[in-house]
Design a protein around this ligand. Structure first.
Ligand code: SAH
Length: 241
């Protein structure tokens, strides 16, 4: 049986011979939409046990059972990189979440800043977006998407050992050369369309964990900045080397 190109996230343990029960939505997708039948092969991952080839043991309208056969990809965790970003318009926020998964963020933290125009996000929808991005990019890890939190609150309890790369469009003077920075726990902070307030800039500049970065002489949209910053960081300190 030609291996199906289907990759499905399941929130269940995976292992040799492990039976995996399907909920109605998954059954509808596999058996209704993708027309898989008993014996058909597909790939499963759950964010912890790597990727497994599985075959259809039982196919039903509202449920079914898969059997794990062999591990096809070891669990690969992304580097310890958090992305903090101020939500912008829905489609662009979806884009930021999707790119953060593809580019290898370990945690996605929407933060509310003084000039953020969105006062709420749909965390469940963004988490589903992250899951779809992981399925598509052949990742075995799905980064958690946090609920929207106030930036001030996040900074007030910022871990002493985690660097924070503040993408500062007002940066004057030499930009930080990331390749000279140490590896380890990091985070990237991207501001809203309105930029960071004076108070936020002063607070960030005073934090010992903060490293400032320029993303070039042009003002980037927040979604462009998120992609550019993660790329910069990954190439210098992440798992792209
Ligand atoms: N208030 C700004 C626009 C903010 S862009 C203005 O109109 O002047 C949104 C966010 O993207 C910024 O807060 C910053 O985190 C990031 N960003 C955009 N361009 C950047 C650049 N050239 N260098 C560093 N960060 C940048």
């Amino acid at each position: 049986m030609a291996e199906a190109k289907i990759r499905l996230f399941v929130d269940q343990p995976l292992g040799s011979g492990q039976a995996v029960g399907l909920n109605p939505d998954q059954a509808h997708y596999l058996f209704g939409v993708m027309r898989l039948g008993p014996g058909a092969a597909l790939r499963l991952f759950n964010g912890q046990d790597g990727e497994w080839r599985a075959t259809v043991a039982q196919a039903g309208k509202r449920g079914g059972v898969l059997t794990c056969v062999e591990q096809t990809r070891p669990q690969q965790m992304p580097p310890d990189l958090w992305l903090l970003f101020a939500p912008i318009k829905k489609a662009r926020t979806d884009f930021i979440v999707e790119k953060a998964v593809e580019l290898g963020a370990a945690r996605i933290m929407p933060v509310q800043t003084q000039h953020t125009n969105a006062d709420r996000i749909r965390q469940d929808r963004l988490q589903a977006h992250a899951l779809e991005a992981a399925e598509q990019c052949e990742g075995t890890f799905v980064p958690p998407v946090d609920e929207l939190q106030a930036l001030d609150k996040v900074l007030a309890t910022w871990p002493a050992d985690r660097h924070l790369l503040w993408c500062n469009e007002h940066l004057t003077g030499a930009a930080t050369v990331l390749s000279r920075q140490e590896r380890g726990p990091w985070a990237i902070l991207i501001g809203p369309e309105g930029g960071f307030s004076e108070r936020e800039q002063a607070r960030l500049a005073a934090m010992p964990q903060v490293v400032q970065a320029s993303l070039g002489p042009r003002i980037l949209r927040a979604d462009t900045a998120a992609v550019a910053a993660i790329t910069l960081w990954q190439a210098a300190l992440g798992d792209w080397r």
